[in-house]
Design a protein around this ligand. Structure first.
Ligand code: SAM
Ligand code: SF4
Length: 407
């Protein structure tokens, strides 16, 4: 919201300064690990509890935020992301307190993006108004489907009427709204998916996340698949849904900028771009990860996953970090490739060279790089290299193949 309050002259000045000095991104992720119920496809660090001690959680999250600010390199935050679990279950006063504290500890850039993930089943106009007043300027709604049968199959707590109500309400309250849909469900026809996509596009979204249903280890869906109770969509069918989706989204001016994410130009998620550009971010809350700078060394940090163990450690030691390790040069290089090759525009060669000139030369000259180029999975020009649409379809296999040749 801070950016909206600036005069047009100051906004222009800020954008010029940002461009001129390439202000580095610095993101903060806050994990809220609780949900009303567990969806059968989900392997996120989310838990169902009959009661939550909100005072304790406020104390612990604020404490870990202070510890993080004391530990990592300073610099204003470019984005904050409340993810989960279901952060729309957080008390708005806690979101407010965390944002106030983060601003006083790190500072905020004027056009900071502050996102909260929300479940449509938790929509309540007055609570969501409070989130907007607390400083949330981007809401990401887990709509998943506009079809009641699909919502039931996905084990969601909301129905299609509630999805529409939450979307309509959110659009009035937040300057930016994104929402998630899941497709390639068993037996889903192309026409029914297209009908859902049309309903989504009726909202004139500036950002949409479209995920193909994946079967994650340890989830009830995977168990049902493995025991023959559930039959995933065949790969060729899923592929045709995917290709049709790209055509529709391109025609609507919402091209894919990442494997599953579409945006009008300029409305990409700044926070997620920090991950994909292998920028600097800190994570607080159970299971949160960070790639932050500590005394100018890039470190991988990880918080304890279990919510109760995390609170106990925060009370005891002032933070819930389970691990914090310097990231060695080869790992930094590999991680940057893994993240950056998710983006349609790919990775600037200069970014890789800044990480390691030697490895960049090795990558450019590797047999696997040439093979992927010849086979039409990869493209490279003077400034950038990127996976083609064919390569993005098999992104993780392409990345593994590329990295195999480096080690
Ligand atoms: C943390 S959730 C979003 C907020 C909230 N928890 C909710 O579900 O409404 C992140 C998103 O990941 C997607 N997702 C999670 N598990 C998935 C799976 N197995 N297959 C496809 N998409 C999945 C869903 O679209 C979900 O909205
Ligand atoms: S509400 Fe979201 S985070 Fe919670 S279980 Fe469902 S998909 Fe996972």
């Amino acid at each position: 919201m801070a950016f909206q309050k600036l005069s047009n002259f100051n906004k222009l000045l800020w954008l010029l300064l940002k461009f001129e000095f390439m202000i580095p991104s610095h993101a903060l992720y806050v994990h809220w690990p609780f949900c009303i119920s567990k969806c059968p496809y989900c392997d996120f660090n989310s838990h169902v509890r009959s009661a939550i001690d909100e005072t304790l959680w406020e104390r612990c999250l604020l404490q870990e935020l202070v510890y993080t600010a004391q530990t990592v390199n300073k610099g204003p935050l470019t984005s904050v992301f409340f993810g989960g679990g279901t952060p729309s279950l957080m008390p708005p006063s806690l979101v407010h307190a965390l944002l106030d504290k983060a601003k006083s500890l790190f500072g905020f850039v004027p056009d900071i993006e502050i996102t909260l993930e929300a479940n449509p089943g938790t929509y309540d106009e007055s609570r969501f108004k409070d989130f907007a007043q607390a400083g949330i300027n981007r809401l990401s709604l887990g709509v998943q489907s506009f079809n009641d049968k699909s919502l039931k199959f996905l084990g969601r707590i909301h129905n299609s009427i509630e999805a529409h109500k939450a979307l309509t309400g959110a659009k009035k309250l937040f300057p930016r709204v994104s929402f998630d849909l899941i497709y390639a469900l068993p037996n889903q026809s192309l026409s029914s998916w297209k009908a859902e996509l049309a309903q989504a596009l009726d909202y004139d979204p500036s950002h949409l996340s479209l995920y193909q249903l994946t079967f994650e280890e340890g989830t009830p869906f995977t168990h049902r698949r493995d025991t023959g109770q559930l039959h995933p969509m065949a790969d060729e069918e899923a592929l045709s849904l995917y290709l049709e989706t790209q055509t529709i989204m391109d025609a609507q001016g919402l091209p894919r900028y990442e494997i599953s994410n579409h945006a009008k130009p300029g409305f990409e998620s700044a926070h997620n771009l920090t991950y994909w550009n292998y920028g600097v971010y800190s994570g607080i809350g159970p299971g949160a990860h960070g790639r932050c700078l500590i005394q100018d060394q890039k470190m991988a940090t990880r918080c304890l996953k279990n919510p109760e163990k995390w609170t106990l450690q925060v009370l005891d030691r002032g933070h819930g970090w389970e691990d914090s390790q310097p990231i060695e040069s080869l790992t930094r290089f590999e991680e940057a490739i893994m993240m950056g090759l998710r983006l349609s525009k790919g990775i600037p060669w200069s970014q890789m060279a800044a990480l390691s000139e030697t490895l960049t030369t090795a990558l450019r000259n590797s047999t696997h790089f040439t093979t992927l180029m010849t086979e039409g999975f990869l493209n490279s020009e003077e400034d950038y290299f990127w996976l083609t649409p064919k390569g993005l379809l098999t992104q993780s296999a392409c990345v593994s193949y590329l990295l195999n040749d480096l080690t």
